[in-house]
Design a protein around this ligand. Structure first.
Ligand SMILES: Nc1nc2c(ncn2[C@@H]2O[C@H](COP(=O)(O)OP(=O)(O)OP(=O)(O)O)[C@@H](O)[C@H]2O)c(=O)[nH]1
Ligand SMILES: [Mg+2]
Length: 121
């Protein structure tokens, strides 16, 4: 009976939880993307003014619920000295969003290099 009830409880209330990494160079727009996503999917989230977003030092976490699924985003800092930390999170994550500022053509090759380095290390 206990197993049946706990199974039913889990079925009704428990969400599938997935972790999604957000990577990309500094200034690519990762935190802005996360804030926009949170504002769009979390009904009661007011959102912070986009002009108040400053460079991320370390990790910024955001969560959204889509139906019975919870997505936990890990928005990592993109500055060069923080890029060596990216690969440490791969093993724990279910998906990766790699953000590129398509208007910043000068840094496209740098962005590719940083991505390649993180997946090959
Ligand atoms: N015009 C425009 N500006 C944007 C867009 N996305 C981000 N920005 C601006 O780009 C700057 C950097 O954005 P962030 O979201 O802080 O970039 P980030 O990738 O989180 O940077 P780090 O935390 O340093 O790794 C901010 O001034 C944003 O307002 C966009 O889609 N369009
Ligand atoms: Mg950021």
């Amino acid at each position: 009976m206990y197993t049946l009830l706990s199974g039913l409880y889990k079925y009704i209330f428990q969400r599938d939880e997935y972790c999604v990494l957000i990577l990309g160079l500094d200034n690519a727009g990762k935190t802005t993307f996360l804030e926009q996503t949170k504002t769009r999917f979390n009904k009661n989230y007011k959102g912070m003014s986009l002009s108040k977003i400053t460079t991320t030092v370390g990790l910024n976490i955001g969560t959204i619920d889509v139906g019975k699924t919870r997505l936990m985003f890990w928005d990592l800092g993109g500055q060069e000295e923080l890029q060596s930390l990216w690969d440490k999170y791969y093993a724990e994550s279910h998906g990766v969003i790699y953000v590129i500022d398509s208007t910043d053509e000068e840094r496209l090759s740098e962005s590719k290099r940083a991505f390649d380095l993180s997946v090959n290390s």
